[in-house]
Design a protein around this ligand. Structure first.
Ligand code: SF4
Ligand code: FES
Length: 326
């Protein structure tokens, strides 16, 4: 880097030499009378050159810094035996077969990147679902080293154990092929809690004249629960979902809470519909859902708060669910 700086300075100084020469010529006419002044003039010239040269060097050194970043990135590419084990599920034979692939990894590689590299260069039959590659669409959920995770948000090196990462399809959903699972039941449960605002007067929405005002405090009551990207990781981590497929699951229940707490919502049936053993009373508060959630939604707390809302409604005589029969 130092050499490039000196070179830049030399290069720039060369550019200014004709100007310096011209100034010296003019000064030479007066040199016999104004020798001191000539020295001052030369000094000033050199000062101006140094400032201009310095500015250019500063600009160039920025580029050198960027190049250094790229160099660092490339030097982090390691070929020292990272492996990924992918569990492929064959729908015909109903068998899961694990295959191991060698992968080139650098410190920024995500598990999704590694799978896509394998798919591109070694085995194009691998089936997986993904879209945004940035933790937004929620479609790349899978079990990575035993933990339900988003493949695009999981750093390969950070989760690798003995340089190996294992990926499997999610367990709480029927497997379609390899890492792709069927989310129909998941979305059915989600829709069953009516995850939208319900108003008594449905016609007001058509007029466009009714603003749904809300104070910041009211928004804060449900805001953290509205960050759900429907990835299904919470359901996959939940021991109740995995032992009782009828259970609505943390995703649907947390969304029920999100809309139940919205000051603009006027639903009378949502809470009653989930007030049952396969609904909010099925939750055993294991907390695995909140640990698995990549968006910090905390479905476990939403369900406990929903239980409190239900009890309070009961005390006020508003609710007639099944929990009293438990
Ligand atoms: S609550 Fe979290 S883990 Fe569950 S579906 Fe939503 S974003 Fe995914
Ligand atoms: S690809 Fe969209 S969340 Fe991972």
């Amino acid at each position: 880097m130092k050499t490039s700086k000196y070179f830049a300075f030399f290069y720039l100084s060369m550019g200014f030499l004709p100007i310096l020469f011209f100034l010296l010529l003019i000064s030479a006419f007066y040199s016999y009378m104004y020798f001191k002044e000539l020295l001052i003039l030369i000094g000033l010239d050199l000062l101006v050159f140094s400032i201009l040269g310095g500015l250019e060097i500063y600009k160039r050194s920025d580029k050198v810094k960027t190049n250094k970043l790229v160099k660092n990135y490339l030097s982090n590419v390691k070929n020292d035996g990272y492996n990924i084990v992918i569990a492929g599920f064959d729908i015909k034979s109903k068998e899961i077969k694990q295959k191991q692939y060698k992968v080139n990894i650098n410190k920024y590689t995500s598990v999704l990147d590694a799978i896509l590299d394998v798919k591109k260069a070694q085995d194009n039959t691998i089936a997986l679902r993904y879209s945004c590659r940035m933790g937004i669409c929620g479609s790349c959920g899978m079990v990575i080293n035993g933990k339900p995770s988003l493949a695009c948000e999981t750093n390969f090196i950070k989760v690798a154990k003995n340089n190996v990462v294992t990926v499997e399809p999610m367990q709480a959903h029927p497997i379609v092929k390899d890492l792709v699972t069927d989310f129909k039941d998941f979305f059915d449960k989600h829709s069953s809690v009516e995850p939208h605002l319900i108003r008594e007067n449905t016609k007001e929405q058509m007029t466009g004249k009714t603003p749904y005002d809300q104070k910041p405090d009211d928004t804060n009551k449900f805001l953290p629960y509205s960050y759900c990207i429907m990835c299904g990781l919470c359901n996959d981590a939940c021991p109740v979902v995995n032992s009782n497929p009828e259970f609505l699951g943390p995703q649907a229940l947390s969304q029920a809470y999100r809309y139940q707490m919205d000051s603009r919502d006027q639903s009378k049936d949502r809470l009653t519909a989930i007030d049952k053993l396969t609904g909010l009373w099925g939750c055993e508060f294991a907390g695995a859902c909140s640990k698995a959630c990549p968006k910090g939604v905390d479905p476990a707390s939403a369900i406990q708060l929903l239980k409190m809302v239900s009890i309070s409604d009961d005390l006020k005589g508003k609710n007639d669910g099944e929990k009293n029969e438990v």
